[in-house]
Design a protein around this ligand. Structure first.
Ligand SMILES: Cc1cc2nc3c(=O)[nH]c(=O)nc-3n(C[C@H](O)[C@H](O)[C@H](O)COP(=O)(O)O)c2cc1C
Ligand SMILES: Nc1ncnc2c1ncn2[C@@H]1O[C@H](COP(=O)(O)OP(=O)(O)O)[C@@H](O)[C@H]1O
Length: 281
């Protein structure tokens, strides 16, 4: 995880700000960031519901420092008070970048026109950004991920959806009888729909091709699991933090009549995922 470096950058140097929630740091957010100059920063207003890029993981997706404000602490402010706050905190602020639907202040009563009226500097407004005619928004991306359509979600994110987790103990069946898996505990991130996904797994900064299962192990003990199998490697993981990047869903979770049948299916899944990476090159 890239450490947040906003604490290292003096707010007195900031000349431009992009303002919003920024969960996902998706393709439309990146369009806003393009308008920032080299002394630009991101002002992220935290509602507490970010599940695509929870706060502590967000800095990884921008070279601009991110400053966080808690929505509950600023939402009561009248428009001019919010701008006053910005001017006080960022005395050199000359430019504000927002999207077409940006509103702020008490009852979200202040939008683009009010921002232009109150702020004496330059206000840049980005029109609704779409990819393949789909408007790019965090909530839309969350829906695609929840429905297992990682291909579309990734297109809108302009990167592969990535979650962070820590290793936990599994049943020990996989390693003994067949494909070894790393079992993960994941907090804060939205999890894709249950099923089997083509993925990459990052351990100690090394990226491996992998396959990841999420769901209730309906064939064995029935408990919910997130398990990743790295191809052709004998991994003894000692890294605390594990990252999984999702590419595409291969199939739904399924109950098999025997462990043997599940094993056969998993070998087929692995073959398919390997082919995906070969064809991708
Ligand atoms: C690629 C892959 C696909 C899987 N698919 C299913 C499935 O469709 N249904 C199911 O009940 N369990 C599925 N599992 C979970 C297995 O039940 C689990 O890996 C096995 O029980 C070993 O668990 P352990 O690693 O905790 O020992 C899958 C696991 C992997 C790695
Ligand atoms: N598709 C888009 N096109 C243009 N601007 C956008 C788009 N999505 C978000 N923005 C802008 O980016 C900033 C962050 O918005 P936020 O509400 O976090 O995004 P989202 O709509 O994805 O939840 C705001 O200024 C918002 O107006």
């Amino acid at each position: 995880m890239k450490k947040n470096f906003s604490t290292l950058v003096n707010k007195n140097t900031i000349t431009s700000l992009a303002i919003g929630g920024f969960d996902g740091m998706h393709a439309a957010h990146q369009e806003l960031f393009k308008q920032l100059d080299s002394n630009g920063a991101i002002l992220s207003i935290e509602s507490g519901y970010a599940t695509l890029t929870p706060k502590k993981y967000r800095q990884e997706y921008s070279k601009h420092p991110i400053y966080y404000y808690v929505l509950d602490e600023i939402k009561h402010l009248a428009g001019n008070k919010f701008i006053e706050l910005l001017k006080k905190e960022y005395p050199k602020l000359k430019k504000i970048v927002v999207g077409f639907d940006f509103c702020f202040g008490k009852n979200r009563g202040y939008c683009i026109q009010e921002l232009k009226d109150i702020f004496e500097g330059n206000v840049i407004v980005i029109e609704e950004y779409k990819i393949d005619n789909i408007p790019v928004h965090s909530r839309t991306i969350r829906e695609y991920i929840s429905n297992g359509d990682l291909k579309t979600a990734n297109k809108l994110l302009n990167k592969e959806y990535k979650i962070y987790g820590t290793q936990i103990k599994g049943q020990g069946l996989g390693a003994k009888n067949f494909v070894p898996t790393i079992n993960l505990n994941v907090e804060d991130f939205l999890l894709p729909q249950a099923g089997v996904y083509i993925s990459k797994t990052i351990l100690n900064d090394i990226e491996y091709n992998s396959i990841t299962f999420l769901g209730h192990r309906v064939t064995t003990d029935g408990s919910y699991a997130i398990e990743t199998h790295i191809f052709d490697e004998n991994i003894i993981n000692d890294d605390y933090e594990i990252q999984i990047k999702f590419y595409e869903k291969l199939r739904d979770n399924k109950k098999f009549d025997s462990f043997e049948e599940l094993k056969e299916q998993i070998l087929f899944d692995i073959k398919e995922a390997k082919e995906y990476f070969i064809n991708k090159k």
